[in-house]
Design a protein around this ligand. Structure first.
Ligand code: ACO
Length: 321
């Protein structure tokens, strides 16, 4: 039996933390009290103008590859989840391959599932590895969401941050990913979208993130609960036997409502949204790496990763770390 097992994790956050007070001093009509009470967010990281998703991805990936005890050319599949690619094309994954100096000709492609992107990428990589066609996949979530925010819209701009997280997923005879599930329902696309594009050298439509916050909140809590129960059942594990839950980090109230529905105490939920804001596809691997490096997550522990994002898309992966 071939399992896909996480061999190493890495992450990268650009620059110094930008606090809620910093946003106020930059002229945004908000307050630390409002943001903390509604979202739990206290600070986030914002990339400077010269750094794109591929560069954040490189820095996170180098750490993950090194943590796995590998060198870049050992990687035989690269999947990058991002909604903020450097370019329309080529993909961020191919840019990352070049930046890492990988010359073995391995496959490299992006997945676009917004905040569920990392779960989508991880699940796709798992299928490649379990099929026997590939042995070492680099799966990355990397975002510069600050580039698609309307900084005059205080209802959205305070919520997001930039960053990247990466894992190396390796073929193993020891258990790794035990069960996974992916879902989408495109009929909900209007409640969270960037409804614009580029044509004939012009921006067509609206190039900024637009959101119906309350609709997103309700949807997120429902599907994060549903999909956690689904993968726990598929992996024949009781939620009470989980060591850690790592949900997509959108809002601490979404994390609390999800934990409550699943009957889990918040001390088993890895929480980074207070320091990172919502980093979309990067949020889950960033939280995972943080908890691995600070010693909370160790080998053999049972971890459930789950995401929800624009589309709408959602999914989860249950693993033995
Ligand atoms: N600072 C101060 N006041 C604000 C701010 C702000 N940053 N933003 C909005 N307000 C005001 C509004 O103008 C409104 O004022 P009014 O009553 O005078 O009209 C008031 O606060 C309430 O606004 P609502 O939008 O109704 O506030 P709500 O309680 O719904 O909270 C929030 C908004 C935090 C966005 C909430 O709906 C939420 O968390 N939704 C989930 C969205 C989310 O997490 N999205 C992330 C992307 S999706 C994903 O990752 C899955």
């Amino acid at each position: 039996m071939i399992y896909a097992r996480i061999a190493g994790t890495g992450s990268y956050l650009p620059g110094d933390p930008v606090t809620n007070a910093d946003l106020v001093s930059r002229g945004i009509e908000t307050s630390d009290d409002w943001i903390v009470e509604r979202t739990g967010i206290r600070s986030r990281h914002l990339a400077g103008p010269d750094i794109g998703s591929s560069e954040l991805a490189r820095l996170a990936s180098e750490r993950a590859i090194s943590a796995a005890g590998l060198v870049p050319d050992d990687i035989d599949l690269i999947i990058v989840a991002t909604s903020t690619p450097d370019y329309i094309f080529p993909s961020t994954a191919t840019l990352l391959q070049a930046k890492l100096g990988i010359v073995n000709g391995c496959a490299a492609f992006d997945v676009q599932a917004v905040c569920s992107g990392f779960i989508y990428g991880l699940t796709v990589a798992e299928k490649f590895i379990r099929s026997g066609s590939h042995r070492r996949a680099l799966v990355v979530g990397a975002e510069v969401f600050s580039r698609i925010l309307d900084w005059s819209d205080r209802g959205t701009c305070v919520l997001f941050g930039d960053g990247a997280g990466a894992v190396v997923l390796e073929a193993s005879d020891k258990p790794g990913i035990l069960a996974s599930a992916l879902h989408a329902d495109g009929s909900h696309h209007p409640i969270l979208c960037v409804p614009g594009g580029v044509a004939a050298g012009q921006v067509v439509g609206d190039p900024f993130l637009r959101m119906d916050g309350q609709a997103v909140f309700k949807f997120a809590v429902k599907v994060l609960g549903d999909v956690a129960l689904e993968v726990a059942e598929a992996g024949r594990m009781k939620l009470g036997d989980l060591d850690w839950l790592i949900p997509h980090q959108a809002n601490v109230r979404i994390l609390q409502a999800t934990a409550k529905r699943l009957g889990l105490a918040m001390d088993r939920v890895i929480t980074t949204v207070d320091r990172h804001g919502n980093t979309s596809a990067a949020s889950i691997p960033l939280a995972l790496d943080l908890a691995v490096r600070d010693g909370r997550i160790g080998r053999g522990q049972r971890v459930l990763l789950e995401g929800v994002g624009g589309g709408f898309t959602w999914g989860a992966a249950l693993l033995e770390f």
